[in-house]
Design a protein. Sequence first.
Length: 409
Amino acid sequence: MIESSSEEPLPVRVVSESIGEYVGRLGPVWVEGEVAEITRRPGSQMAFMRLKDTSVDMSLQVTCHKSILEAIDPLPENARIVAYAKVNWYAVRGTLSLMAREIRQVGLGELLARLEQLKNLLAAEGLFASERKRELPFLPRKIGLICGRASAAEKDVVENVERRWPGMPFEIREVAVQGSTAVIEVSRALIELDAIDDVDVIIVTRGGGSFEDLLPFSDESLIRLVASLTTPIVSAIGHEQDAPLLDLVADLRASTPTDAAKRVVPSLIEEREHILQLSNRLEKRMFSIIELEISRLSALLSRPVIKEPLTIVNNKAEEIKVLCSDGRKALSSRLREEKIEVREIKARIAALSPLSTLKRGYAVVQKKGKVLLDAKDVALSERLDVVLSKGEIAVEVVTAQRSKKSKEK
């Protein structure tokens, strides 16, 4: 690029010619996209179209000779093609375009092969694994719905949800569900709904269509976006036999829009019936338990100890009276016997007591508190104490003489 400054700016033509020189050095490339706005001007040998990227909102103008289009005629809009083209810069208008030298329509077989390759890649990354799928809430606070504008799929979902659970609120985003802008619009709607706190589940739905119509729902960027969301996603694309990759990454796959409605909310009528059944079962169970307890209580009340408790008390009281009477008699008899025995023992003890000897006229002589047994143990004029049966006397020894029997001993 030629040097420039604010004092010496470059004219537009110079800049445009410089861009043209740079672009002219670029070689031809193979490019893939979706065809839109094909224009064939009468009297011109050239045809014009826009080639769109299905993942982002971006397109390039393509020019080609009519014979190239006639070779693959008919080429409908929204068809996917690969083109071998040279980049051209039109300096006068300042526009960039592709001059196509060859155009090939992408066949169904090739699309299927690419789709299978993408499917295997995403599966290897774990995006379809069952353990990463989130459970749907039993009863969502609000349902997010992504569908075509004024589509039958939207009507089916809303009507069936209303029929099953009246008053369920929706957050609806109507978007393009086929064509070049479908991926962009669906992705934007997913991001918006995922950010709403009370949207507990999101349904992505559309009716049936051709394989090409459903291709946006197998787009890699869309699949990766769905895998990154926090809100559970329900895929209800096409009919039972249709299987876009969105079905595999979604947390739940519904065969039709109507099926999606049935899977997302419970039936109020069925839940009421279920609650009624549970209530009846609980009531029967409670009555059964009450009857069993009443039966047990009746059995307890029929027992004598409960039915006539005073009879048992009275019987026991009578037994106690008899036992007390017998006890008193036995105690009296034993006391009499013990008294007799005590008297006998007392008599024997009395007979052996020194006092009984004293009563018979004998006396006990003591010297300084000790019983005196031998006459030789006293001296003349010594004072002694004599214990009688009744009282004591003091005596003085006049004579002390041992008896003959004592001497012999």
